[in-house]
Design a protein around this ligand. Structure first.
Ligand code: NAD
Length: 270
Protein backbone atom coordinates (compact mmCIF):
# COMPACT_ATOMS: atom_id res chain seq x y z
CA UNK A 1 0.00 0.00 0.00
CA UNK A 2 1.25 3.51 -0.79
CA UNK A 3 0.64 6.57 1.39
CA UNK A 4 2.51 8.97 -0.94
CA UNK A 5 4.80 9.77 1.97
CA UNK A 6 7.70 10.64 -0.34
CA UNK A 7 5.79 12.45 -3.05
CA UNK A 8 8.04 15.14 -4.55
CA UNK A 9 11.14 13.85 -2.74
CA UNK A 10 14.36 12.85 -4.47
CA UNK A 11 17.30 10.87 -3.23
CA UNK A 12 20.24 8.52 -3.67
CA UNK A 13 20.13 4.88 -2.60
CA UNK A 14 23.50 3.19 -2.17
CA UNK A 15 24.04 -0.55 -1.89
CA UNK A 16 21.46 -2.51 -3.92
CA UNK A 17 23.35 -5.63 -4.97
CA UNK A 18 20.56 -8.14 -5.52
CA UNK A 19 16.91 -8.50 -4.59
CA UNK A 20 17.79 -9.59 -1.04
CA UNK A 21 19.68 -6.33 -0.36
CA UNK A 22 18.01 -4.03 2.15
CA UNK A 23 18.76 -1.19 -0.30
CA UNK A 24 16.96 -3.03 -3.12
CA UNK A 25 13.79 -3.53 -1.09
CA UNK A 26 14.03 0.07 0.17
CA UNK A 27 14.39 1.49 -3.36
CA UNK A 28 11.15 -0.24 -4.36
CA UNK A 29 9.32 1.08 -1.27
CA UNK A 30 10.63 4.64 -1.75
CA UNK A 31 9.54 4.52 -5.40
CA UNK A 32 6.09 3.22 -4.39
CA UNK A 33 5.81 6.15 -1.97
CA UNK A 34 6.41 8.62 -4.79
CA UNK A 35 10.16 9.28 -4.58
CA UNK A 36 12.49 9.91 -7.51
CA UNK A 37 15.63 7.83 -7.07
CA UNK A 38 19.23 7.49 -8.21
CA UNK A 39 20.83 4.10 -7.55
CA UNK A 40 24.53 3.76 -6.82
CA UNK A 41 26.93 0.95 -6.07
CA UNK A 42 30.64 0.14 -6.41
CA UNK A 43 31.62 -0.45 -10.05
CA UNK A 44 32.73 -3.99 -9.24
CA UNK A 45 29.43 -4.82 -7.52
CA UNK A 46 27.50 -3.44 -10.46
CA UNK A 47 29.25 -5.86 -12.77
CA UNK A 48 28.31 -8.79 -10.52
CA UNK A 49 24.89 -7.60 -9.45
CA UNK A 50 21.58 -7.16 -11.13
CA UNK A 51 21.12 -3.47 -10.44
CA UNK A 52 19.91 -2.67 -13.97
CA UNK A 53 16.85 -4.85 -13.35
CA UNK A 54 16.01 -2.73 -10.30
CA UNK A 55 16.78 0.48 -12.21
CA UNK A 56 14.09 -0.39 -14.76
CA UNK A 57 11.63 -1.23 -12.01
CA UNK A 58 12.05 2.06 -10.14
CA UNK A 59 12.80 4.23 -13.17
CA UNK A 60 16.19 5.29 -11.79
CA UNK A 61 19.56 6.01 -13.39
CA UNK A 62 22.50 4.06 -12.02
CA UNK A 63 25.64 6.02 -11.19
CA UNK A 64 28.69 3.95 -10.17
CA UNK A 65 30.60 5.08 -7.09
CA UNK A 66 33.22 3.39 -4.96
CA UNK A 67 32.52 5.17 -1.70
CA UNK A 68 36.16 4.91 -0.66
CA UNK A 69 37.11 7.27 -3.52
CA UNK A 70 36.76 11.04 -2.99
CA UNK A 71 36.65 11.53 -6.73
CA UNK A 72 33.83 8.99 -7.24
CA UNK A 73 31.76 10.49 -4.42
CA UNK A 74 32.19 14.07 -5.70
CA UNK A 75 31.31 12.92 -9.20
CA UNK A 76 28.18 11.12 -7.97
CA UNK A 77 26.90 14.15 -6.06
CA UNK A 78 27.55 16.44 -9.05
CA UNK A 79 25.78 14.04 -11.43
CA UNK A 80 22.88 13.60 -8.99
CA UNK A 81 22.36 17.37 -8.86
CA UNK A 82 22.44 17.52 -12.66
CA UNK A 83 19.91 14.71 -12.89
CA UNK A 84 17.55 16.14 -10.27
CA UNK A 85 17.99 19.71 -11.54
CA UNK A 86 19.33 20.86 -8.16
CA UNK A 87 19.47 19.66 -4.59
CA UNK A 88 17.70 16.58 -3.26
CA UNK A 89 16.14 15.23 -0.05
CA UNK A 90 17.47 11.89 1.14
CA UNK A 91 20.35 9.41 1.08
CA UNK A 92 20.37 5.76 2.10
CA UNK A 93 23.87 4.52 3.01
CA UNK A 94 23.41 0.72 2.89
CA UNK A 95 27.06 -0.26 2.55
CA UNK A 96 29.32 -2.63 4.40
CA UNK A 97 32.53 -4.48 3.70
CA UNK A 98 34.64 -6.40 6.24
CA UNK A 99 37.90 -7.09 4.43
CA UNK A 100 39.48 -9.13 7.24
CA UNK A 101 36.23 -11.08 7.63
CA UNK A 102 36.31 -11.84 3.91
CA UNK A 103 39.91 -12.96 4.10
CA UNK A 104 39.10 -15.23 7.05
CA UNK A 105 41.31 -13.30 9.52
CA UNK A 106 40.33 -13.65 13.17
CA UNK A 107 39.56 -10.42 15.09
CA UNK A 108 42.63 -10.88 17.29
CA UNK A 109 44.92 -11.17 14.28
CA UNK A 110 43.58 -8.64 11.81
CA UNK A 111 45.64 -7.09 9.06
CA UNK A 112 45.65 -3.34 9.78
CA UNK A 113 45.84 -2.42 6.10
CA UNK A 114 42.64 -4.39 5.46
CA UNK A 115 41.16 -2.85 8.59
CA UNK A 116 41.71 0.68 7.27
CA UNK A 117 39.85 -0.34 4.10
CA UNK A 118 37.00 -1.87 6.14
CA UNK A 119 36.56 1.30 8.18
CA UNK A 120 36.88 3.50 5.12
CA UNK A 121 34.19 1.69 3.11
CA UNK A 122 31.84 0.88 5.97
CA UNK A 123 32.04 4.05 8.09
CA UNK A 124 34.23 6.93 6.89
CA UNK A 125 32.35 6.80 3.58
CA UNK A 126 29.33 8.29 5.39
CA UNK A 127 31.48 11.27 6.34
CA UNK A 128 32.80 11.52 2.78
CA UNK A 129 29.29 11.52 1.29
CA UNK A 130 27.97 14.07 3.80
CA UNK A 131 31.02 16.32 3.35
CA UNK A 132 30.62 16.26 -0.44
CA UNK A 133 26.91 17.10 -0.07
CA UNK A 134 27.64 19.95 2.33
CA UNK A 135 30.34 21.38 0.08
CA UNK A 136 28.04 21.35 -2.96
CA UNK A 137 24.95 22.29 -0.93
CA UNK A 138 23.32 19.16 -2.35
CA UNK A 139 20.75 18.43 0.35
CA UNK A 140 17.52 20.36 0.84
CA UNK A 141 16.41 21.84 4.16
CA UNK A 142 15.05 19.04 6.39
CA UNK A 143 16.76 16.43 4.23
CA UNK A 144 17.22 13.01 5.80
CA UNK A 145 20.22 10.68 5.70
CA UNK A 146 20.08 7.10 6.98
CA UNK A 147 22.95 4.64 7.39
CA UNK A 148 22.39 1.01 8.33
CA UNK A 149 24.15 -0.46 11.33
CA UNK A 150 24.13 -3.40 13.71
CA UNK A 151 23.97 -3.82 17.51
CA UNK A 152 27.50 -5.28 17.54
CA UNK A 153 28.49 -1.59 17.83
CA UNK A 154 27.23 -1.70 21.47
CA UNK A 155 27.43 -5.37 22.54
CA UNK A 156 29.90 -8.10 21.70
CA UNK A 157 28.98 -10.51 18.91
CA UNK A 158 32.36 -12.22 18.51
CA UNK A 159 32.02 -13.33 14.89
CA UNK A 160 31.01 -9.85 13.73
CA UNK A 161 34.71 -9.10 14.21
CA UNK A 162 36.13 -5.79 12.92
CA UNK A 163 32.71 -4.79 11.55
CA UNK A 164 31.65 -4.07 15.15
CA UNK A 165 34.30 -1.36 15.36
CA UNK A 166 33.37 -0.04 11.92
CA UNK A 167 29.70 0.21 12.95
CA UNK A 168 30.63 2.04 16.18
CA UNK A 169 32.53 4.56 14.06
CA UNK A 170 29.64 4.82 11.59
CA UNK A 171 27.19 5.61 14.40
CA UNK A 172 29.55 8.19 15.83
CA UNK A 173 29.95 9.91 12.45
CA UNK A 174 26.14 10.02 12.09
CA UNK A 175 25.93 11.82 15.46
CA UNK A 176 28.84 14.18 14.88
CA UNK A 177 27.99 15.15 11.31
CA UNK A 178 24.31 15.18 12.24
CA UNK A 179 25.06 18.00 14.68
CA UNK A 180 26.82 20.16 12.08
CA UNK A 181 24.35 19.47 9.25
CA UNK A 182 21.44 20.06 11.62
CA UNK A 183 22.74 23.47 12.66
CA UNK A 184 23.65 24.43 9.11
CA UNK A 185 20.59 23.23 7.19
CA UNK A 186 18.22 21.21 9.36
CA UNK A 187 19.47 18.07 7.62
CA UNK A 188 19.01 15.05 9.87
CA UNK A 189 21.38 12.10 10.06
CA UNK A 190 20.48 8.85 11.80
CA UNK A 191 21.48 5.20 11.85
CA UNK A 192 19.04 2.29 11.86
CA UNK A 193 20.24 -0.76 13.76
CA UNK A 194 18.61 -3.63 11.90
CA UNK A 195 17.92 -7.27 12.92
CA UNK A 196 20.08 -9.92 11.24
CA UNK A 197 18.74 -10.25 7.70
CA UNK A 198 19.51 -12.87 5.02
CA UNK A 199 21.50 -10.85 2.46
CA UNK A 200 24.92 -11.23 0.86
CA UNK A 201 26.57 -9.05 3.54
CA UNK A 202 24.57 -10.66 6.38
CA UNK A 203 25.35 -14.22 5.35
CA UNK A 204 29.08 -13.36 5.32
CA UNK A 205 29.06 -13.45 9.14
CA UNK A 206 30.29 -16.82 10.47
CA UNK A 207 27.53 -18.97 12.01
CA UNK A 208 24.82 -16.73 10.52
CA UNK A 209 22.15 -19.45 10.41
CA UNK A 210 22.32 -20.27 14.10
CA UNK A 211 22.63 -16.64 14.90
CA UNK A 212 19.56 -15.40 13.01
CA UNK A 213 17.55 -18.16 14.67
CA UNK A 214 18.83 -17.09 18.10
CA UNK A 215 17.94 -13.44 17.41
CA UNK A 216 14.45 -14.52 16.34
CA UNK A 217 13.96 -16.34 19.65
CA UNK A 218 15.38 -13.37 21.59
CA UNK A 219 13.08 -10.78 20.04
CA UNK A 220 9.54 -10.38 21.40
CA UNK A 221 8.32 -9.37 17.93
CA UNK A 222 10.71 -11.68 16.04
CA UNK A 223 13.37 -10.45 13.62
CA UNK A 224 12.60 -7.41 11.48
CA UNK A 225 12.72 -8.28 7.77
CA UNK A 226 14.26 -6.23 4.95
CA UNK A 227 10.69 -5.20 4.00
CA UNK A 228 10.06 -3.95 7.56
CA UNK A 229 13.34 -2.05 7.42
CA UNK A 230 12.36 -0.46 4.11
CA UNK A 231 9.11 0.78 5.67
CA UNK A 232 11.01 2.31 8.58
CA UNK A 233 13.41 3.98 6.16
CA UNK A 234 10.46 5.47 4.24
CA UNK A 235 9.12 6.92 7.48
CA UNK A 236 12.55 8.37 8.30
CA UNK A 237 12.77 10.01 4.86
CA UNK A 238 9.27 11.44 5.22
CA UNK A 239 8.25 14.72 6.86
CA UNK A 240 6.57 12.76 9.69
CA UNK A 241 9.92 12.32 11.48
CA UNK A 242 11.38 15.79 11.02
CA UNK A 243 12.67 16.27 14.56
CA UNK A 244 14.60 12.99 14.76
CA UNK A 245 18.34 13.37 14.28
CA UNK A 246 21.70 12.05 15.57
CA UNK A 247 20.02 8.86 16.81
CA UNK A 248 20.83 5.21 16.58
CA UNK A 249 17.38 3.71 16.07
CA UNK A 250 16.97 0.05 16.95
CA UNK A 251 14.78 -1.75 14.44
CA UNK A 252 15.04 -5.26 15.79
CA UNK A 253 11.70 -6.49 17.17
CA UNK A 254 12.84 -5.63 20.72
CA UNK A 255 16.07 -7.69 20.69
CA UNK A 256 18.24 -4.82 21.97
CA UNK A 257 16.36 -4.48 25.27
CA UNK A 258 15.56 -8.12 25.95
CA UNK A 259 17.55 -9.98 28.62
CA UNK A 260 16.10 -13.42 27.99
CA UNK A 261 12.89 -14.92 26.57
CA UNK A 262 10.71 -17.94 27.36
CA UNK A 263 11.76 -19.79 24.18
CA UNK A 264 15.47 -19.31 24.99
CA UNK A 265 14.99 -20.59 28.57
CA UNK A 266 13.08 -23.60 27.23
CA UNK A 267 15.92 -24.30 24.82
CA UNK A 268 18.50 -24.14 27.65
CA UNK A 269 16.46 -26.55 29.78
CA UNK A 270 16.47 -29.23 27.06
N1 NAD B 1 22.08 -8.26 6.65
C1 NAD B 1 22.15 -8.04 7.96
O1 NAD B 1 22.04 -8.95 8.79
C2 NAD B 1 22.35 -6.63 8.46
C3 NAD B 1 22.01 -6.30 9.79
C4 NAD B 1 22.24 -5.00 10.24
C5 NAD B 1 22.81 -4.06 9.37
N2 NAD B 1 23.13 -4.42 8.09
C6 NAD B 1 23.75 -3.41 7.22
O2 NAD B 1 22.90 -3.15 6.13
C7 NAD B 1 23.69 -2.59 5.08
C8 NAD B 1 23.32 -3.28 3.77
O3 NAD B 1 23.72 -4.62 3.76
P1 NAD B 1 22.82 -5.82 3.22
O4 NAD B 1 22.60 -6.73 4.37
O5 NAD B 1 21.66 -5.30 2.46
O6 NAD B 1 23.84 -6.58 2.25
P2 NAD B 1 24.29 -6.37 0.73
O7 NAD B 1 25.50 -7.25 0.57
O8 NAD B 1 23.15 -6.60 -0.17
O9 NAD B 1 24.72 -4.82 0.66
C9 NAD B 1 26.02 -4.33 0.95
C10 NAD B 1 26.36 -3.36 -0.16
O10 NAD B 1 27.59 -2.65 0.08
C11 NAD B 1 28.13 -2.40 -1.20
N3 NAD B 1 29.53 -1.98 -1.15
C12 NAD B 1 30.58 -2.70 -0.68
N4 NAD B 1 31.74 -2.03 -0.90
C13 NAD B 1 31.40 -0.84 -1.49
C14 NAD B 1 32.13 0.29 -1.96
N5 NAD B 1 33.48 0.35 -1.85
N6 NAD B 1 31.46 1.33 -2.52
C15 NAD B 1 30.10 1.28 -2.65
N7 NAD B 1 29.35 0.24 -2.23
C16 NAD B 1 29.99 -0.81 -1.66
C17 NAD B 1 27.95 -3.75 -1.88
O11 NAD B 1 28.19 -3.72 -3.28
C18 NAD B 1 26.53 -4.10 -1.51
O12 NAD B 1 25.62 -3.60 -2.47
C19 NAD B 1 25.15 -2.77 5.50
O13 NAD B 1 25.62 -1.57 6.07
C20 NAD B 1 25.04 -3.86 6.56
O14 NAD B 1 26.12 -3.86 7.44
C21 NAD B 1 22.90 -5.67 7.60
Amino acid sequence: MSYNLLKGKKGIIFGALDEKSIAWVSAIRCFEEGAEIILSNAPVAMRMGEINKLAGQVNAPVIPCDVSSNEDVENLITKAMEHFGGSFDFILHSIGMGVNVRKGKHYTEIDYGFNVKTNDISAVSLHRVLAACMKKDALNEWGSVIALTYIAAQRVFPDYSEMADAKALLESIARSFGYHYGVKKHVRVNTISQSPTRTTAGSGVKGFDGFIHYAEKMSPLGNASAADCANYIVSMFSDLTRMVTMQNLFHDGGFSFTGVTGPVIEQMEK
